[in-house]
Design a protein around this ligand. Structure first.
Ligand code: ATP
Length: 809
């Protein structure tokens, strides 16, 4: 329409708006990228003969990479050395049974799954060690080829953003309908085309909350950053949203609820015999155990031989391996370091490593004359393969009655909270068969039991109690004995002291339970990793939103299946960390509470600024419509609206978005996943706030125009300032209804005050600085007019606060 300066000004404001939006979103994404890199995958690489942990991204073809149990294969490798290597190739082949690997060449046309001398990127080592040469990295790898086919573009797309863009689209339709209606009315009433188009544009600006998605991303990103200060790395933005809905946490026992420092406390060196170990610092004395008996000597030997740990007595923290095995070595050392050295001289022949399905492990050593098989594991597993017993210095057959007696003894120890293992051995003159296939553990001689204490970790009980007040159930899923599991569960208040319901993994296999029964149980014992999937399914079926902690390679599928997979940063394998949504860097269970708290706060913040922004935009649309209908005048010009939107749409909303929330968030139940972010009540609030503000703004417009005889230009200025100030007050309406009117999370939020000061400054600048006031068509106003503005802005604040006090919801 030939209005060049206004055109330029609008262009400039739009650019400025876009620049602010871009800069903010860029910052948010940048900080998310930094966070993700905090949990980088590393690999052991040999370069110039030197072994070093390197960032997996730095690996190049030709590098020599070392693999060990739990590691994620960082690139495609040709294996050159393997020792007992087994790899889970399910990401590539879908086959979840681990594949045994070798170094020999394979036929030229072998399929990916048959190339036994290769380890592929993205697969994970379930057992053993290996060395391989990198032949392909990144997109050139087998998995890279597959993932090229699957677009990862909307990785960051979160449900919230989808809902928000749907909302924006609906608003665009609303504007189109309004503009069309106005066009028709204008045409019938023979009004100017210029006004009609100008008003339609003003409506479009007024209706669409362009700041919404930006503020949402920033609120989420800030939440992620705050969580990283609590040692929680959130890997997917969407998880922050899900955290607010989580109502069930699956946790394992050892190391998560307990300290993972196992100490030998109880020994049985024969059937029905019971002794205790009493510790005083590094020293231990045995009560009711005959140290010179064959049984004790054998128990000692098996403890050292069926053991993969390395114990460093001077610096215990440097010890490596399973804490249970470290505990055994510590115990053995306290008695006879000389004997340990002798045993370590024996020649290693083979091993059947521990796995959570067989629940036992065994080794074969030789002294040149005989072969010594040593085994330890869960009592039921070991008793299954024992045919004899060592009792009163003699080896005799083990009867079924005796097996039952031993099992009862082991149960009793477990029920006292001890992690209990059974020990057995066999001496062979010849090298036993089945070493390669890990099938040498049978016909063993039972020796005794050892019970370990592993006390609950610090702060665990309090954390579980807080989870309960927060409406979140904690469910223990462990591979340990039902007795031990229940005892610990009671100690940490996971269940009531008189609770005795435990589901055994064996019964889960037989599918004896309905999903409601499963979802009502809090302790699951002797569960193997594959059954965890079944459990998560059962809970999800009962509308539970499940968070699950895990650390092993085998936990990966369940971590993926859970709504929030939570991996342990220190204890966790790379494979678990890779698929998890969240990583606890300090392995501390109570950190999950922080994450839940933050998730809930973010959620309620997002709800607040959406209510704020939408009620603001709604009031703008209404004011324009009212003045248009009555006077065919434009209450607010496009440029004025743009100016207000840059200020009011972004800064106060942002301040609400990063608020610290109310202290009581963990006293409330989780959000029902079926309830939308904006509930019916919230919509009602948006409509009421919008109408009250619009009524006051158009009220003062009409009062000024009709009663005070103001020109439409000055009346427009009145509407501009009244709306702006009313909106600034509207921020304070965003407190929760049950909070104090003056002291609440909004008034305590210093960002809110900062943003209000900023907006106020910018509004005064628009009035005082000639260039700005010229472009925004703002003229000087007298004291009377200002009084009108102040009253018009205060009235909605008082009315809305009054309604809030009255309705209280
Ligand atoms: P938790 O939930 O307590 O962490 P888990 O699910 O990790 O337990 P596993 O480590 O799979 O349980 O152990 C299951 C059972 O296997 C134990 O109860 C124990 O009897 C046996 N076991 C554990 N570690 C070893 C080991 N190093 N050698 C032999 N047997 C073991």
């Amino acid at each position: 329409f030939g209005d060049i300066p206004e055109g330029i000004a609008i262009g400039a404001v739009i650019m400025l708006n876009a620049a602010i939006g871009f800069w903010m979103e860029f910052q948010a994404r940048q900080s998310m990228a930094t966070l993700r890199s905090m949990d980088k995958i590393t690999a052991k690489v040999v370069r110039n003969g030197e072994e070093k942990d390197r960032d997996a991204e730095e690996i190049v073809p030709g590098d020599v990479v070392l693999l060990e149990s739990g590691a994620l294969v960082p690139a495609d490798l040709r294996l050159i050395e393997v020792s007992e290597l087994q790899i889970n190739e399910s990401p590539l082949t879908g086959e979840s049974v681990p594949v045994e690997k070798k170094t020999e060449s394979v036929p030229k046309n072998a399929q990916t799954g048959d190339r036994k001398n290769m380890a592929y990127k993205g697969t994970s080592v379930t057992r053993g060690k290996a060395r391989g040469i990198v032949i392909a990295t990144g997109m050139d790898t087998e998995i890279g080829n597959i993932s090229q086919l699957v677009s990862s573009a909307d990785e960051d797309e979160i449900p919230l953003n989808r809902k928000l863009s749907k909302l924006s689209k609906n608003l665009i339709w609303l504007v189109l309908i309004l503009a069309f209606g106005l066009g028709v009315i204008g045409y019938i009433a023979e009004k100017e085309l210029y006004r009609i188009i100008q008003t339609s544009i003003a409506w479009a600006i007024a209706a669409i909350p362009e700041g919404l998605p930006i503020v949402a991303s920033i609120a989420l990103a800030r939440g992620m950053l705050r969580l990283s200060n609590h040692n929680v790395i959130v890997k997917r933005l969407a998880s922050v949203e899900t955290l607010g809905e989580t109502n069930t946490i699956f946790t394992d026992k050892t190391g998560t609820l307990t300290q993972n420092r196992l100490t030998v406390e109880s020994l049985s060196t024969g059937i029905g015999q019971h002794g205790r170990a009493q510790w005083k610092g590094e020293e231990v004395t045995l009560k009711e155990v005959d140290r010179d008996s064959q049984n004790f000597k054998r128990l000692f030997d098996i403890s050292v031989l069926a053991n993969d740990a390395v114990y460093d007595p001077k610096h215990e923290e440097n010890s490596e391996g399973d804490p249970l095995e470290i505990g055994l070595l510590k115990f053995a050392r306290a008695f006879d370091p000389e004997r340990i050295n002798q045993l370590h001289q024996l020649e290693f022949v083979g091993e059947d490593p521990f796995d959570s399905e067989s629940k036992m492990m065994g080794t074969v050593y030789t002294d040149g004359k005989k072969f010594i098989i040593s085994a330890k594991g869960a009592a039921e597993s070991i008793l299954d393969i024992c045919t004899h017993k060592l009792e009163k210095e003699k080896v005799t057959r083990l009867t079924d009655g005796e097996k039952e007696k031993i099992a009862a003894q082991s149960d009793a120890m477990s029920e006292n909270g001890l992690r209990t293992l059974a020990f057995a051995y066999r001496d062979d003159a010849e090298k036993p068969a089945g070493i390669e296939d890990h099938a040498f553990l049978d016909e063993l001689v039972y020796v005794g039991l050892i019970g370990f204490v592993d006390p609950p970790g610090p702060g665990i009980k309090e954390a579980i109690e807080t989870f309960h007040t927060a409406g979140i159930e904690v469910v223990m899923v462990t591979g340990d004995h039902p007795g031990t599991a229940l005892n610990i569960a009671r100690q940490v208040s996971l269940v009531a002291p008189d609770e005795d319901r435990v589901i055994h993994g064996r019964d889960l296999k037989e599918d004896q339970f309905k999903n409601e029964e499963i979802a009502a149980t809090r302790v699951f014992s002797r569960v193997d990793p594959s059954q965890k999937l079944r459990l998560i399914d059962g809970f999800q079926d009962q509308n539970k939103i499940v968070g699950m902690t895990g650390d092993g390679v085998n936990d990966a599928p369940a971590l993926k299946k859970a709504d929030i997979g939570i991996a342990m940063g220190k204890r966790g394998t790379q494979a678990a960390r890779e698929v998890a949504d969240m990583v606890l860097r300090n392995d501390a269970f109570p950190s999950i509470l922080e994450a839940v708290k933050e998730g809930r706060i973010i959620f309620s913040n997002i709800r607040k600024f959406i209510i704020y922004q939408l009620s603001y935009h709604f009031s703008e649309v209404l004011v324009i419509a009212a003045v248009m209908l009555l006077l065919f005048e434009l209450a607010l010009e496009p440029l004025q609206l743009l100016y207000l939107n840059i200020l009011l749409d972004v800064f106060p909303a942002l301040a609400l978005g990063i608020g610290r929330g109310r202290a009581a968030v963990l006293k409330e139940p989780p959000k029902d996943p079926k309830v939308n972010i904006i509930t019916h009540k919230n919509w009602l609030a948006i409509i009421v706030y919008g109408i009250v503000i619009a009524a006051s703004v158009s009220g003062v417009y009409f009062y000024g125009y009709y009663r005070m005889g103001l020109t439409p230009d000055i009346a427009n200025n009145v509407a501009f300032f009244t709306l702006a100030f009313a909106q600034l007050f509207n921020v304070l309406n965003m407190r929760d209804p049950d909070e104090n009117m003056f002291v609440n999370q909004v008034t305590r939020n210093k960002w809110v005050w900062g943003s209000l000061a900023l907006c106020l400054g910018a509004l005064l600048a628009a009035y005082w600085i000639p260039l700005l006031s010229g472009v925004l068509s703002l003229s000087p106003m007298g004291f009377d007019v200002w009084k009108l503005v102040i009253i018009g802005a205060l009235v909605p604040a008082i009315v809305i606060q009054g309604i809030k006090q009255f309705v209280k919801s």
